[in-house]
Design a protein around this ligand. Structure first.
Ligand code: GLN
Length: 448
């Protein structure tokens, strides 16, 4: 068993670079809900005995003194925790190119990005190096890489999964969730990690959901008008519309809905997430965690040099944007205004999800792009235009395989549901997967 996953890692990891740390002696247990299942952990989540880098130089050498709640739960369920996966630094990015430890390659096309920020987790599963992985999703970081790598990935309802022991990026948005090749495996991991945790003040007092089967007959599937406009690649649009037509053929009702604040959501996120990040990342001061610059002259010089040497360009950009948005004189105009728009975004979803039971949309406007091809930060931010709004609203979102482009790149579908409706999302996804086993098309890594 264990020899299997290790030899797979030895064979394909040099091509993919999904891992920042592999625990070659990892074992699981023979009993438990996930007995013997190999699971990789995004390196933003603490696993005792393995370093946490968050993809940043600033945490180089940091060993967490404890494991995250989700990790304890996986261990207790018998999972084999194979290692820590690559990511955009502190989760800030959509391509894994913002990792201080070099990018991860998409197993379906090694010249392309696996998506981000949980790109290492996605690539590890897609390349067959483990059965499942944990990612984190602040504005799309589970769903985007799942879509780019032909996987099922769930962003749970805000509060559904404990974040105790994960490195904070934007605390009002961050969620941990599972990624796997199939709906079934993704759901099994979700059941193990979900549920209340006294150590996370934002953890919802809601028991983990039972597995449900919702029929497709009469199910109202909402198609938000704003998600099918300019910028959406024709092949992605075709796949989403084909899925909608398939559901309709199974007896579901398609309803057009509107999410009018979709465009404002992106700007809102890029005020709120950097604001929260600027506050959360203040703790990396060279004193308490990780690395400190050498040969410093005094305290101020130590802070300045540690932080300028330790953080990458995108993280610095976010810290500066966030600090600006929170500063006296600008706070009302930016941060408070963004909070108000967030309420409008949430209301859009309340209205749409009263007309529809679930929403069906693309995950991203395009399939995986070539590494190095998208240079402007704004163009990268736009990759999350369909995943950020529901994150602001705190809703669960599931990415699932929806087919391939002519060039052989995976296309993702996204289902968005009401709060705590993960069971329904899994059920609706499972029906589609049974009729469309796209997950069986695994990457041809051996020949490349
Ligand atoms: N790509 C988005 C960002 O850079 C979302 C990242 C995430 O969900 N962690 O902030």
């Amino acid at each position: 068993m264990s020899a299997g996953w290790l030899s797979r890692i030895d064979a394909v990891e040099p091509k993919v670079h999904a891992f920042l740390h592999v625990d070659r002696s990892a074992t699981g247990s023979g009993a438990g809900a996930l007995a013997g299942m190999t699971v990789a952990i995004k390196d933003l989540i603490h696993v005792e005995g393995m370093p946490t880098t968050a993809g940043s130089k600033i945490l180089e050498g940091f060993m967490p003194p404890f494991s995250a709640t989700v990790v304890e739960r996986l261990r207790a369920a018998g999972a084999v925790l194979v290692g820590k996966t690559n990511l955009d630094e502190f989760g800030m990015g959509s391509s894994c190119e913002n990792s201080a430890y070099g990018p991860t390659m998409n197993p379906y096309d090694l010249k392309r990005t696996p998506g981000g920020s949980s790109g290492g987790s996605a690539a590890a599963v897609a390349a067959g190096m483990c059965e499942a992985a944990l990612g984190t999703d602040t504005g799309g970081s589970i769903r985007l890489p799942a879509a780019f790598c032909n996987l099922v990935g769930l962003r749970p309802t805000y509060g559904r999964v404990s974040r105790w022991g994960s490195v904070a990026f934007a605390s009002s948005l961050d969620q941990i969730g599972p990624m796997a090749r199939t709906v079934d495996v993704c759901e099994r991991v979700f059941h193990v990690i979900a549920g209340p945790d006294d150590r996370d003040a934002t953890s919802a007092r809601v028991p983990p959901p039972a597995r449900t089967d919702v029929g497709l007959k009469g199910l109202r599937i909402g198609l938000p008008r704003e998600y099918f406009g300019e910028g959406l690649a024709p092949e992605v649009e075709r796949a989403v519309r084909a899925a909608a037509t398939w559901y309709e053929g199974q007896g579901a009702k398609l309803v057009e809905v509107s999410l009018p604040h979709t465009n404002a959501a992106l700007a809102t996120y890029y005020l709120l997430a950097p604001s929260e990040a600027s506050s959360n990342l203040a703790r990396y001061d060279g004193v308490r965690f990780g690395r400190r610059a050498d040969g410093v002259k005094g305290l101020r010089d130590m802070y300045e040099r540690t932080r300028s040497e330790g953080f990458g360009a995108e993280v610095k950009r976010r810290i500066m944007l966030g600090t600006f948005a929170l500063s006296a004189g600008y706070y009302d105009a930016y941060y408070v205004k963004a909070q108000k728009v967030r309420t409008l975004v949430r209301r859009d979803f309340d209205a749409a999800l009263s007309k529809a039971d679930v929403l069906l949309t693309p995950v991203s406007p395009t399939p995986a792009f070539e590494l190095g091809a998208v240079k402007s930060p704004m163009a990268l931010y736009l990759m999350d235009v369909f995943t950020i709004p529901s994150a602001l609203a705190g809703l669960p979102g599931l990415a699932l395989p929806g087919g391939f482009t002519d060039a052989g790149l995976p296309i993702g579908l996204q289902l968005t549901g009401r709060p705590f409706a993960e069971g329904e999302l899994f059920s609706v996804a499972r029906s589609y997967e049974r009729a469309h086993p796209w997950h069986e098309r695994t990457p041809a890594l051996e020949s490349s």
